[in-house]
Design a protein. Sequence first.
Length: 395
Amino acid sequence: MAHLLDGVTVLDLTRMLAGPYGSLLLADLGAEVIKVEDPAGGDPVRAMGPPFLNGESAYFISINRNKKSLTLDLTTPRGREVFLRLVQRADVVLDNFRPGILEKLGVEYPALRQVNPRIIACSISAFGQDGPYRSLPAFDLILQAMGGAMSITGEPNRDPVRMGLPMGDLAGGLFGAFAVAGALFQRERTGEGRYIDLSLLDCQVSLLTYVAQYFLVTGEVPGPVGSAHASAVPYQAFRTQDRHIVIAVFTEKFWSKLCAVIARPDLVEDPRFATNAQRHAHRHELVPILEEVFASRPADDWLAALRAEGIPSGPINSVDRVLSDPQVLHRGMMVEMEHPRCGRVQVVNTPVKVIPGSPQVIRPSPALGQDTEEVLRRAGYTVEEIAQLRRERII
């Protein structure tokens, strides 16, 4: 049984996080992802740390498995020539350069399309290929700030907080892989390639979803509500005797069940709390009552009682607890791979489960340029031509 993207070749010009996460998703689905790197050091994330494991960046290991590495100096005419020759046999070219860089290198979409009309190109940039911000630099923090996420993250009346997960970058990788898969599907029907212009800021705006719609409907600017919800109450974290748990009462049936579990049936009859709209209006009276109740017993006691009644709830797990959680382990979200320098290394697996599917093989993140000769030989270069490229420091 083939993987979903078996037979798809991706020339991956991306670096750092947003683009490499997108190409990782494609690689995990079976695409051959060839990471095209500068011979003078490669992807800067190779040096990102600490931590390092036997000299290898843990950051790099996490997002570059199942890829190959080709070194190529795209700033030279000869390097450009080699790249365009590879494009002839490729399906996708992925980059996350600032707008204008591809044109300077001579590998912009029209040049790619000229040598391969079926090529799909996706450019992931901070602000997109046009607009007043197109040339500005940005990283995850700036995108979370400018895209609204930081304005609604954290506790009320406190300083703005960045999301712990770098969603400014990760969202770009997700949307990029999704868009490429869609373009590949369309090409199967039309035979035509496509150019995808993906802005990380656009991605952040898209993620605002109902938060933006609430503002568009009410005109009220949302702010941070901590772990709580803008509409549903109670829907937040509570401290127990030993650690925090979360409870999500999103429909009325869960409210009456919750009141029974905490032995407070009177709250159901209290007109201040009878419906979600009333609980929302009186949340500052209700939440302290619930806080006092939940502080009286340990988290495991509460979770057992809540889950027995089918009330959506769970612990706030630290990362070590997540990676040893029985459900996470059962679903195969932790796997081992054999790394040539680091030995056996545990990594987080892909969440995509395909049934039926091929046996999964996890290849370690590649050493810089380790696949250069293999890729060039397949493109038709002779041993002597490859040696000459090395002498000219093109590869």
